[in-house]
Design a protein around this ligand. Structure first.
Ligand code: OOG
Ligand code: NI
Length: 268
């Protein structure tokens, strides 16, 4: 596991932009517009399966070791997902949203494919420095990918992409010269990027103390065991937080909005 928080996020970012070139372009575009060298991340998100050897806890251990603390719990019944978020005492460090697919709720066929994938993750692999951006530890056929896709878009995404940041999220609150999420969205649309419109372009808002938007995932090539195919990879998210009644900024997530953000990796 990394002992240097910046090295972990640097490793995650470099791996992420390899298959998400639009995130790098948007990052540069926002840096130009705001005159900022550094863009502060609100959070990153990671995905996994609830199988013991690779579950949410195994991923979270990397962040707990760096001083993160577990905060909210979330349930996405129809997507068969559970999630938790983690915060660092230094509030300029990104929050971390980790979800896991409840494999036991899928069909026998899907469970067989996923169990076989996960059985090829070597013992101890989850503790390696680079595990969180190590990609797949298995090889699946395009047919198996399609079997998973028919049942769970999330399962298919994991089969294709494995362990890596699913997205980074720009903190709109920390952008100079840009005050509102809607302005960010306008800049992105003008530059030709496609936003996720599931549940509206802006999910949530001041009433729930968190407004979010995201691009639709880029398309990138995956080598399945038999063929190479271009499929949705990762996306970029934008978050604006509002103060609660007690005057402090809300730091949690909003399940109804997150439910729609997950759909940013759907095929367009
Ligand atoms: C996570 C979706 C939820 C948010 O900010 O609400 C999320 C995912 O797509 O893995 O990131
Ligand atoms: Ni997110």
């Amino acid at each position: 596991m990394h002992t240097d928080i910046n090295k972990l996020f640097q490793g995650l970012w470099e791996n992420y932009i390899q298959i998400t070139p639009s995130a790098n372009k948007i990052h540069q575009l926002l840096a130009e517009k705001t005159g900022e060298a550094e863009i502060i991340n609100d959070h990153i998100a990671l995905r996994t399966f609830n199988l013991e050897s690779v579950n949410l806890k195994k991923l979270a251990a990397h962040f707990l070791a760096l001083g993160y603390e577990q905060k909210g719990d979330y349930d996405f019944a129809s997507k068969k997902l559970s999630a938790q978020h983690f915060e660092h005492p230094d509030t300029t460090q990104p929050k971390v949203f980790i979800s896991e697919l409840r494999v036991n709720e899928l069909s026998e066929a899907a469970q067989t494919i996923i169990n076989k994938m996960v059985s090829s993750v070597e013992k101890g692999a989850t503790e390696a420095d680079n595990f969180l951006y190590s990609g797949t530890h298995w090889s699946v056929s395009h047919d198996d990918y399609k079997t998973l896709l028919a049942e769970s878009e999330y399962a298919a995404w994991m089969a294709a992409w494995g362990y890596r940041a699913n997205h980074f999220t720009v903190s709109v609150n920390h952008l100079h010269k840009i005050d509102e999420l809607a302005e960010v969205n306008d800049i992105l649309k003008q530059a030709g990027f496609t936003l996720n419109t599931s549940g509206g372009e802006i999910k949530g808002g001041e009433d729930v103390c968190l407004a979010q938007s995201s691009t639709m995932a880029d398309a990138s090539k995956v080598k399945f065991s038999d063929i190479e195919v271009s499929i949705p990879s990762c996306f970029y998210e934008f978050a604006q937080r509002y103060k609660m009644q007690n005057g402090e900024y809300y730091q949690g997530f909003v399940a109804a909005s997150a439910d729609k953000i997950f759909e940013s990796t759907n095929v367009q």
